[in-house]
Design a protein around this ligand. Structure first.
Ligand code: ZN
Length: 249
């Protein structure tokens, strides 16, 4: 097991979830964080994307996040190496992006990217922490490097109907804060070899029951856990291309 200072985390998405999780991980003594995001700062998202400010409007998030996270670590006396990758993670590139990292924090804003990340992480043997949020609700799941439960155990496949989007429906800042912080906690647990962190499904309803922890399902029909997904195939994620952005960011 690596020490935190030796650990390398891949932050897929530097939006709302990635901002919160990244800030906490940067201050926790992680040695390296690679930030992957090709988007630019939009003023309408600043209420939940805490890494950025009004003056950043129009600038690339990856480079800004890399700079800000390194400074956050420095405030705590930690040395953090950051790498900015201003590209879009797709089936052809995600394997190379994952290589050399010990854990993935997935804070993308659509189910296609979430499923692609789940598949690529398992194929690479790297644990991944997922989360999503829309309006007043959200969820999180840590998935181990080699066996279930995984995202496909829970959702089975990319939704074919058009789920609510945070772009259309909005997402409340505190909900993103709760889920992003939970992602950081799960990431630190997994980096610390606490395998039990992978067996819990977290569901959050800010206006309802609050945070609920359920046993994540082992789905015997899961194609990823059964080893039926052996390569990254763009066609597997295409149908989500027309049903993008359901959940996070
Ligand atoms: Zn599975």
């Amino acid at each position: 097991m690596r020490s935190l200072a030796e650990s390398r985390v891949l932050l897929l998405g530097a939006g709302g979830l990635g901002s919160i999780a990244g800030l906490i991980l940067a201050r926790s003594g992680i040695g390296q964080i690679t930030i992957v995001d090709q988007d630019r700062v939009d003023l309408s998202n600043l209420h939940r994307q805490l890494l950025y400010s009004e003056a950043d409007q129009g600038q690339g998030k990856a480079a800004l996040a890399a700079d800000r996270l390194a400074r956050e670590a420095h405030k705590c006396g930690n040395k953090l190496d950051t790498v900015a990758r201003e590209i879009h993670a797709v089936p052809d590139t995600i394997g190379d992006l994952i290589e050399g990292h010990d854990l993935i924090v997935e804070g993308t804003d659509n189910f296609a990217s979430k499923f692609m990340t789940a598949d690529a992480a398992r194929l690479a043997g790297v644990p991944v922490v997922h989360a999503g949020a829309v309006r007043w609700v959200g969820w999180a799941l840590g998935s181990s490097a080699h066996r279930g439960p995984c995202l496909r155990c829970v959702f089975e496949d990319i939704p074919t109907e058009h789920p609510e989007t945070c772009a259309a429906a909005g997402v409340v800042g505190p909900v993103v804060g709760v889920l992003g912080a939970l992602q950081a906690r799960l990431a630190l647990q997994l980096l610390g070899d606490q395998a039990h962190a992978c067996r819990t499904w977290y569901s959050y309803q800010a206006l309802g029951y609050g945070l609920r922890q359920l046993r994540a399902p082992d789905n015997p029909g899961c194609p990823l856990c059964a080893g039926h997904i052996q390569e990254m195939n763009m066609a597997r994620y295409v149908r989500a291309a027309c049903a993008t952005e359901p959940v996070a960011g």
